[in-house]
Design a protein around this ligand. Structure first.
Ligand code: NAD
Length: 353
C-alpha cells in the first residue's frame, strides 16, 4: 500500500468492501464502496461533492454502489456494483495531486473496483487517475475509450419506450402518440429525434428556454414549462432531466398512461413505484431504461473491440429484460419496479450462495 495514503476499512453490512481514503498532503478525504462483485468487477463512477459530513458521504456511496449492482446486473453486464466519492467542492479543492492520491487508492483494490466519470468529474480528471491506476473508464482517448454515452443511452430509452408502449397500448407504433419529454440535454435531445422520426407528437420542457425553442422548431413540437410538463395530457412521459420527479404530489397530477425516461432515480421513494401502479400508470424502471450508458462504458472496462456489436446485443437483451419485467408485473398486478429488483436478486442469488 502506498505509504502516504491513510486507508482504513469501514464496516458496512451488505457491502463487500468499503474503504475510507485520506491523504493529508492534498486534503483528500473520500470513500470507495464495493457493493458486489458477484457478477464481475464492481463498476461505478466517482462523484465529488461538498458533503456536509463524513456520514453523509458514506450514506451516499453505499446507496449509489448498491444501485450500480442493480443497474449493471439488469443490463446483463458481467460487472458488479461500486461507487466512489470524494468530499469537497471540486471547484475549490480538486487538484491533480488529490486525484492522483485517489487513483493510487483505487489501485490498491487490484481491479475489484473500476471507476468512471460522475458528478464533479471530467474526462481530463479520469486521465489524471489513469496515470496511477488502469482501473479507470470514461477516458477521452485510448484504444477502448468509449466517448459520450448519451446517444446510446437515448437508443436504450427509445427501445424501452417501444416495449412500454406495446405493453400499455398493445402496439409499439408511436405514430401520433403524444410523448412528453422533460429535459433536452445530451440524452433528451437524441431521444426527441428518434421519437420524432417514429411519428410521435412531442411536448417538451427544459429550464433552458433556448433549448426548448430550438427543439420545438426542429421537431414541430409543443412547449410546456419545466414543472407543467409533469401534468400535461400525453400517452407517455419521459423524464430526462433530474431525479425524484415522481413523488406523491407529482404522481397524483400525472395525466399519462406510462412513464419511461432516462433520468436516474426518478422515484422519490420506493413507495412511489406502487403509487404509479395504483394509478394505472405503467412505469419502466429507470435503471433498466437508461442502461445504454453503462453498456457503452462497459465496452471500455471489458476491452471490447466490436463495440457496436456488443452494444446491439446488450440493447436487445435489455428489451427482453424489460419485457420480462412488465409481463411479470402485469401477471402479478404489481409495480414493475418491485419486479425489476426481484429479477436482479434472482441473478445474484446463485452466485451469492
Ligand atoms: P444534461 O445535463 O446534458 O441534460 C439535462 C437537461 O435537463 C438540461 O438541458 C437541463 O437544462 C435540463 N434540466 C435540468 N433541470 C431541469 C428541470 N427541473 N426541468 C426541466 N429540465 C431541466 O444531462 P444528460 O446527460 O442528458 O442526462 C439526463 C438525465 O439522464 C440525468 O438524470 C442523468 O443522470 C441521466 N442519465 C444520463 C446518461 C447519459 O448517458 N448521459 C446515462 C444514464 C442516465
Amino acid at each position: 500500500m502506498p505509504t502516504d495514503l491513510d486507508i482504513s476499512k469501514v464496516f458496512a453490512p451488505g457491502h463487500e468492501t468499503v474503504l475510507r481514503v485520506a491523504h493529508k498532503p492534498s486534503g483528500l478525504l473520500g470513500f470507495i464502496a464495493v457493493h458486489s462483485t458477484a457478477l464481475g468487477p464492481a463498476a461505478g463512477g466517482l462523484r465529488m461533492r461538498p458533503y456536509a459530513t463524513e456520514d453523509e458521504a458514506v450514506e451516499d456511496v453505499l446507496r449509489l454502489s448498491r444501485g450500480m449492482t442493480y443497474k449493471n446486473a439488469a443490463a446483463g453486464l458481467p460487472l458488479g456494483g461500486g461507487k466512489a466519492v470524494i468530499i469537497g467542492d471540486p471547484a475549490r479543492i480538486k487538484t491533480p495531486e488529490l486525484l492522483a492520491a485517489f487513483g493510487r487508492a483505487i489501485d490498491t483494490l487490484d481491479g475489484q473496483y473500476w471507476t468512471a466519470e460522475d458528478m464533479g468529474m471530467t474526462p481530463a480528471d479520469m486521465a489524471v487517475l489513469a496515470r496511477e491506476t488502469r482501473y479507470v473508464a470514461g477516458l477521452a482517448d485510448g484504444e477502448f475509450a468509449s466517448g459520450d454515452p448519451s446517444p446510446i443511452t437515448a437508443r436504450g430509452i427509445f427501445r424501452s419506450i417501444l416495449t412500454t408502449a406495446r405493453h400499455r397500448f398493445g402496439s409499439s407504433d408511436l405514430q401520433g402518440r403524444r410523448v412528453a419529454v422533460q429535459g433536452l440535454g445530451h440524452v433528451g435531445a437524441h431521444l426527441c429525434r428518434m421519437l420524432h422520426e417514429a411519428g410521435a407528437k412531442l411536448i417538451l420542457a427544459d429550464i433552458d428556454e433556448g433549448r426548448v425553442a430550438e427543439a420545438v422548431a426542429t421537431f414541430d413540437a409543443e412547449a410546456a414549462d419545466p414543472v407543467g410538463i409533469l401534468s400535461v395530457k400525453a400517452d407517455i412521459l419521459a423524464p430526462c432531466a433530474i431525479g425524484a420527479v415522481l413523488n406523491e404530489a407529482s404522481i397524483a397530477a400525472l395525466d399519462v398512461a406510462a412513464v419511461c425516461g432516462g433520468a436516474n432515480n426518478q422515484l422519490a421513494t420506493e413507495a412511489d413505484g406502487a403509487r404509479l401502479h395504483r394509478r394505472g400508470i405503467l412505469y419502466a424502471p429507470d435503471y433498466v431504461a437508461n442502461a445504454g450508458g453503462i453498456i457503452n462504458v462497459a465496452t471500455e472496462i471489458l476491452g471490447i473491440s466490436d463495440r457496436e456489436g456488443f452494444v446491439e446485443e446488450k440493447l436487445a437483451a435489455l428489451d427482453d429484460t424489460l419485457d420480462r419485467i412488465l409481463t411479470r408485473a402485469a401477471k402479478r398486478d404489481c409495480s414493475p419496479n418491485d419486479v425489476a429488483a426481484e429479477i436482479v436478486d434472482e441473478l445474484l442469488a446463485p452466485r451469492a450462495a
